[in-house]
Design a protein around this ligand. Sequence first.
Ligand code: PMT
Length: 220
Amino acid sequence: GGRVVVTAGPTREPIDPVRFISNPSSGKMGYAVAAVAARRGAEVTLVSGPTELADPVGVEVVRVQTAEEMARAVDAAAAAMDLFVGAAAVSDYRPATPSASKIKKGAGDETLVLSRTPDILASLGARYGGRKDGPVLVGFAAETEEVIARAREKLKSKRCDLVVANKVGGPGAGFGSDTNRVALVSAAELAEIEGPKERIGEAILDWILPVLEGRRPRER
Ligand code: PMT
């Protein structure tokens, strides 16, 4: 019966009408969390970047392209949410001034000036982090090295309850694969899990349930 908002997939930050900056996120991890939460009876909104995946059964899906659009869609869905899970690989930067027309190829190199995008998880953390009457906040941390240490840093800097540390770059885990290998990193614990992404989703929700039960119900 809880209200859950999940982000999934990549974002696309336009350079011009035919080019963008993005990453290889397929959306599988976030869609798995959303599907598991819906099967367990939650009211789920999935804010998804561009993916080729079908909408999970019983989930409201809001499709977006850019980090800015994802931030706005999360804001719109966030009222009275009990749980936020940020599985999306949100672009940290966007081209500062996307061109309205296709940029022509010149003889020399080009320089692209980038601006920061809004950090969706960090702004939820600034608003709700540490509050007993706020939603439970779960982030992911995709890293190629010092995975646990960086997940712990994100746990603090983004004021989340849990960070799912995801070592990326190897086979069978991270971007695009059907399976994953993660560590659930909270202030007090560390638990390693591997298997199909749905199994990771189950483990995340199992971890969250007692934390959620300790929170005051959100006003609807
Ligand atoms: O989609 P798949 O192919 O299944 O791959 C899954 C995955 C590797 C994308 C996923 O498991 C994962 O690790 N997602 C987070 C990837 C990431 O960008 O992590 P990060 O360390 O850059 O960001 C940390 C957290 O802040 C994440 O929860 C992210 O959603 C959030 N964030 C980051 C930047 C930003 N501007 N806004 C955010 O909300």
